[in-house]
Design a protein around this ligand. Structure first.
Ligand SMILES: [Zn+2]
Length: 150
């Protein structure tokens, strides 16, 4: 093969590989999933409360209460009064992702902004937090758009 032909083959192959990769982009496959929102909210509250209790102690922070919401734009928030809010759809995400969001909001009880000090705190508690953030970036919109069947 001439250099030109080799380049041609590589170019074709690369296009093919990229096409395969595009097809393999993982999808959450939530479309056909039947989920009861009330059951999901109960599960979310249980999981999140257990995690939050444990983590709050390690971080040396105290929250007032946990609220489970259905915001379409938000995974979690932390009010100045110490109320932590979480989206019930987090129970449909991998466990590490839910865990990361809980730890993230608890860290806000110590540092209320996203300063370097905040991220250092998150990193101390969850060294692999970036993987969970990336998951949320990739799949978050699909999960936030999810509607329960009842
Ligand atoms: Zn934050």
């Amino acid at each position: 093969m001439s250099r030109f032909e080799v380049d041609q083959v590589l170019r074709d192959k690369r296009a093919w590989i990229e096409e395969q990769r595009r097809r393999q982009v993982p999808r959450l496959g939530l479309a056909g999933l039947a989920v009861s929102e009330s059951a999901a909210r109960i599960a979310a509250r249980e999981l999140i409360s257990t995690l939050a209790e444990e983590e709050a102690e390690r971080l040396g922070v105290a929250y007032r209460r946990i609220r489970i919401g259905g915001q379409r734009t938000l995974w979690g928030s932390c009010s100045p009064g110490g109320t932590l809010s979480f989206n019930w759809r987090l129970v449909l995400a991998p466990a590490e992702v839910l865990d990361y969001v809980v730890v993230h909001e608890l860290c806000h009880l110590r540092v209320p902004n996203h300063s370097r000090r905040f991220w250092e705190l998150v990193e101390w508690r969850r060294p692999h937090w970036r993987e969970q953030r990336d998951w949320l970036r990739r799949h978050g919109p699909e999960l936030l758009a999810f509607r329960a069947s009842e």
